[in-house]
Design a binder for this molecule. Structure first.
Ligand code: FES
Length: 112
């Protein structure tokens, strides 16, 4: 288990290696995830306040670079809860005005 702190929401115990987007959904973080966790939309992006993973997969790196977000945000759908983390959800579903947050994510990160 690791601890996930969601800014403005609270701190939660999450299962080791759970996808961060799913952990956020399950614990009230309410992130958009419009591409279903495939590193295409960036709506699941978060800012790390602590515990940012050192590693970044190619899909995440390429998409963040393409959108000019590298160094500022991380894609929660490409990150596993492998250590204690403190994040701020950039695009919560609640105020988005959209009809749904996005398709259900698979339990594992799809390979690029
Ligand atoms: S859900 Fe689309 S990039 Fe993460």
């Amino acid at each position: 288990m690791s601890q996930l702190t969601i800014e403005g929401i609270g701190t939660f115990e999450v299962a080791e290696n759970k996808r961060l987007t799913i952990a956020l959904i399950e614990n009230g973080g309410d992130p958009l995830h419009r591409c279903g966790g495939n590193a295409r939309c960036t709506t699941c992006k978060v800012q790390f306040l602590a515990g940012e993973p050192a590693e970044m997969n190619e899909a995440e790196k390429n998409k963040l670079a393409e959108r000019g977000l590298l160094g500022e945000y991380r894609l929660s759908c490409q990150i596993l809860c492998s250590q204690d983390m403190h994040v701020k959800v950039a695009n919560p579903f609640g105020p988005s005005g959209l009809s749904d947050a996005g398709p259900t994510l698979s339990e594992t990160i799809p390979s690029a």
